[in-house]
Design a protein around this ligand. Structure first.
Ligand code: FAD
Length: 410
């Protein structure tokens, strides 16, 4: 990218590129801390954004902490049940889910942006960036010729981040990145809208989902991109399983599905949300981590500016992200158990039979537990489960012997 040379310069404390959940969380946090803040997005809001729009309990809690206020039921539709399937067959009956919501990202993101602007962030959405300069005081030249600078720059521009590309030469690793395809099908009848459906195995190293909302039904499949070169066909198959054949556009988008950037930035530049690879490699959840990292980056930037040392922001931000990084790394390590060819079938059988495993998955979605705590809980239960498994096998063998004796003539 060429270096910006502009006649008109504006210097902000914080310059944010990208106005999704990560960028708006950073903007509202920085503006409320009294920092002069500008947020740029190439899109004008409301803008469409391909996403299931599932707001987990974790995301809902973060929304309340960062943006404040009650959850508007028009933006956050509560859902109370979840059903798991594999190969089209149910893995047990639908269960009560913890607090969970469905949203349309077009509306949600416009709402988040309006809150950030109301808090004092300068709205530079609807402006394309022509040039980005990351050396010295970071700056961006907009298509209208204006040059905006930020003592600290926060890259919140998603999986195809231009900031990450400027720093590292590419935004993601094509061998690891995820890919998902979705349709917005017509809404289901009201009585059938209570249950969220997850289909494990609808894509390789991923899953399918049916999210019934008031205005539409979001149906999608997603997984590791290189394991699913036929993702469109997988979506067609999945829609057939759901008996859904409406004529609607099919759209696809990458997601950083297990690609955590261990050093999310350089100098006075911090990467947040998808730009920092913060999507859960098992569930695909990204909205909560986007909000969390956006707010954490703004806090770290605010403390660094107060000390007059912008370079202090990145180490402080990395420290704040440590628990999340640890959890996502562990999830990546666990992923082959759930999605690997050899282990998938026994794990799915165990999942179908075990209310405990389902409860663990739901605790994860609710944000009541993270992977390290879930692993500790699983290890704690392991001796008991093995003992019960052995007892079961022994009892089966015993009853087999008795039956054989009874059948013996004489
Ligand atoms: C099909 C699909 C389904 C998903 N479903 C879920 C789900 O149900 N629940 C969940 O939690 N997560 C889900 N995710 C993940 C979730 O969408 C992301 O993790 C989340 O949107 C990340 O937020 P973000 O703010 O980092 O980036 P984004 O939401 O992608 O926002 C980035 C912003 O940057 C702007 N931008 C990009 N490039 C530039 C540029 N050059 N200049 C200026 N602006 C730019 C974009 O216009 C955009 O507004 C899904 C992802 C996909 C692909």
């Amino acid at each position: 990218m060429p270096t910006p040379t502009c006649p008109e310069r504006h210097i902000f404390d914080i310059l944010i590129i990208g106005a999704g959940p990560a960028g708006t969380a950073a903007a509202i946090t920085a503006a409320r801390a009294g920092l002069s803040t500008a947020i740029i997005d190439k899109a004008r809001f409301p803008r469409s954004k391909l996403c299931g729009g599932l707001i987990s309990g974790r995301a809902a809690t973060l929304y309340a902490q960062i943006f404040g206020g009650a959850l508007d039921p028009n933006l956050f539709e509560p859902r109370t049940r979840i059903s798991f399937h594999a190969g089209g067959a149910p893995l047990g009956s639908a269960v009560e889910s913890p607090e969970m919501f469905l949203s349309m990202r077009c509306d949600l993101d416009a709402h988040l942006l309006s809150l950030a602007i109301a808090a004092g962030a300068v709205d530079l959405t609807g402006h394309r960036i022509e040039a980005l300069e990351l050396e010295g005081i970071p700056s961006a030249r907009l298509a209208d010729g204006r040059c905006v600078m930020g003592r600290i720059l926060i890259g919140a521009d998603g999986v195809n981040s231009m900031v990450a590309r400027a720093l590292y030469g590419r935004a993601y690793n094509p061998a690891r990145v995820g890919f998902a395809m979705e349709v917005e099908a017509p809404p289901l009848p009201k009585a059938e809208r209570t249950t969220i459906r997850i289909d494990l195995g609808a894509a390789d190293w991923g899953y399918g989902w049916q999210f019934p909302k008031a205005s539409s039904t979001t149906i999608g499949v997603g997984g590791i991109a290189c394991a699913n070169p036929d993702m469109r066909a997988r979506l067609t198959d999945y829609r057939r399983v759901l008996d859904e054949q409406s004529v609607v556009p099919v759209k696809g988008h990458h997601l950083p599905f297990g690609e955590v950037r261990h050093v999310p930035g350089r100098g006075a530049i911090l990467l947040v949300g998808d730009a920092a690879g913060l999507v859960d490699p098992i569930t695909g959840e990204g909205i909560a981590h986007a909000m969390q990292s956006g707010a954490a980056a703004a806090d770290a930037a605010s403390a660094a500016l107060a000390r007059g040392n912008t370079a202090a922001a990145l180490p402080a931000y990395r420290r704040a992200l440590r628990p999340l990084h640890r959890s996502l790394r562990l999830a990546r390590w666990l992923r082959p158990l759930l999605y690997g060819r050899r282990t998938r079938a026994p794990v799915l059988r165990a999942f179908a039979a075990s209310s405990v495993l389902k409860a663990m998955y739901l605790d994860l979605l609710a944000g009541r537990a993270e992977y390290p705590a879930l692993c500790r809980r699983a290890l704690w239960r392991m001796p008991g489960a093995l003992w019960r498994h052995r007892r079961g096998a022994e009892t089966q063998a015993e009853s087999g012997k008795t039956l054989a004796k009874r059948r013996k003539p004489g």
